[in-house]
Write a protein that binds this ligand. Sequence first.
Ligand SMILES: *Cc1c(COP(=O)(O)O)cnc(C)c1O
Length: 394
Amino acid sequence: MNEQRHQPDTDAIRIQTERTWQMEHSTPLFLTSSFCFDNVEEMRATFADETDFNIYSRFSNPNVDEFVKKVCALEQAPAGYATASGMSAVFGSFMALLKAGDHLLSARTIFGSTHTVIDKFLPRWGISCDYFDINNPAELEGMIKPNTRMIFVETPANPGLEIIDVEWLAGIANKHNIILNVDNCFATPVLQKPFLSGAHLVTHSATKWMDGQGRVLGGVVVGQPELIKEIYAFCRSTGPAMSPFNAWVLSKSLETLHVRMERHSASALALATALEHHGQLNWVRYPFLESHPQYAIAQQQMTGGGGIFCFELKGGLEQGKRFLDALKMLTLTANLGDTRSIASHPASTTHAKMSEEDRLLSGITPGFIRISVGLENVQDILQDIEQALEASKI
Ligand SMILES: *Cc1c(COP(=O)(O)O)cnc(C)c1O
């Protein structure tokens, strides 16, 4: 495989599995469970880690390796491991690096399934967790315990787009010898590189912007080689490997990630700006709007605001339901980061089972709407949102 030689946007295109004797231009799909050896000595040496040949696709596979190499080049991180989904990347890093008696410190505003893993499953194995308020980072250092082993954050966070200064956070993590794990799903390495800001691990759901077309699940963790080695050792034996087919799809997707994120960000900023003072809305939030509470950090840490913006409807829960039903083009679906724009109303759908109090603690008010901005013409997206705001008026 070609080593990194170019700018990240070129590497995302040119890093490629070594060409076979067929002289193909595009990487072939290596749908194979295992790999062959010429003789027993070669097989012995490979099992003894004396070669880097492939053995079995639960451990490594050329398509998966190509995808991981590209993400490493994009994040400027030295090592990585890809998994079947974003959640197996999150879970794999927790299980590989935390043990009974350890403490995890996580921002409260995180992806719903990550909450479930932390609240329902980690305690079974004697791993405790406390949540800090991402809007009040000053409280974080006082919550660190002698057994705190990892700090976990999303920035921008799902769904409310709260932002935290990764470089500042890395300073605190290093002072207390704690692993800093940043879920970079919303920004992608195109808009922000947490590893370069000092994070020890960067976690992704590749299902979202990396695929960008709503087709396959995937996850990846990159970061410090000694931490990735632990994650690899855990995953190689427990089996959350990325499928070679999904890796092949995702590696192709990364070739267009830079142009897509530029367009997603430009359209989201245009929409957030156009809607900011709309009469049906209490507020609009987007990292690159000056009114965002952490606008200064976003400007310093990100090169674009990303493809998600959110707003609060004046008519609360009832208008939220009516707004979703009134949309003609935007899709109602449990995903984000697609070519097609998606609207979601967490209070009546994905987060309806939570208590109102817990929802509010996570920044989800009754009229909260999240828009994942697709690649359609921005005027068509704006028109659909505006007509649905008009039609859902209470
Ligand atoms: C979707 C998502 C995940 C989980 O990823 P899957 O690929 O769905 O398992 C984790 N973190 C964030 C921020 C997400 O949006």
